[in-house]
Design a protein around this ligand. Sequence first.
Ligand code: PLP
Length: 400
Amino acid sequence: MTFLASRLARIKPSPTLAVSQKARDLQAAGRDVIGLGAGEPDFDTPDSIKAAAFKAIETGQTKYTAVDGTPALKKAICAKFERENGLRYTPDQVTVGNGGKHVLFNALMATINPGDEVVIPAPYWVSYPDMVQLAEGTPVIVTCPEEKGFKLQPADLDRAITPRTKWVILNSPNNPTGAAYTEAELRALCDVLLRHPHVWVMTDDMYEHLVYDGFKFTTPAQVEPKLYDRTLTVNGVSKSYAMTGWRIGYAAGPKELIKAIGMMQGQSTTNPSSISQAAAVEALNGPQDFIPQRAAAFKERRDLVVRMLNEAPGIACHRPEGAFYVYPSCAGVIGKTTPDGKVLKTDEDFVTYLLEAEGVAVVQGSAFGLAPFFRISYATSTAALEEACRRIQRACAALK
Ligand SMILES: Cc1ncc(COP(=O)(O)O)c(C=O)c1O
């Protein structure tokens, strides 16, 4: 349709949202579907956070706020960075948006000129390349194979950098693989970046609190203070505090960049919801004890899913360090034939087969830039996960 802008041709609908919608449609049509496509905790927002939102409504905090965040929330964010990451920021180095996604979007729109390159390690969160393309930049995808733990290797980063490179996007723990960088691994990447002073780091730390087996989370500006002046550290309350629907994300970085992000926001959405901001203040300043409790529950589920998937013929599943995803290889089922005679040629064929034959909704690895794999979100009940893994085992065993 010629009425629509040509920029739309550069992007595609989010494949993860599409899978969740397909699962909902099938459920609405009466099918028994287990959805493992959604990237959100099944836990509810803690009561103390909800209470702060009620209080905000009752006390009239229902008006516009400062465009890029209330002073109270910015103060809470500065305290969080200092307490948890050893990073010192002042409120004018902090911006708050409508979710981490919005902050990343604004940051790219505020900095990318046509032809600027952004290094994106694959497997990647589905939105990075499309956001870069909307901003008229060029995503430079660097493959991180399973043998390397799905992690960006310093030499590969070095090779990917050109004079046009503006950003490298790092995401640890990672969506879709759950891989998280150790301090030593981040150190090695920082060393490469020190040799390329024109490249900035956009680090997406949304899954910071979801790490297991004693893994120690670190972030680039903490590992290498010399990168502080060219790092945008992005985080949010969506995953750690089970607040996906509240739409609060934030970032800290150099003042000039933060101001530019605020300008984007001022001419588009204005401030994020005043009530959600009040709730986020309580999330960051209030009790934190439910975070390790929930992380422990996620770890149990991870272990269950990894064990059961490795029992499915043709599936090989690694044990990731964090987030609530696993990214098993389905190379062992490619080329096999389904009971109704269809040859599985790609991971997309495999996930379609899982949905149609067994009512299990997962997302194909090709959507995240590395095939043949699939992503399972284990942020759902243990009973549902057990049943889903049994169905996957049955589906794989039925292949010839
Ligand atoms: C890696 C990553 N970054 C950012 C986001 C966006 O989070 P928010 O819901 O705060 O926009 C997500 C959500 O799925 C994510 O997985």
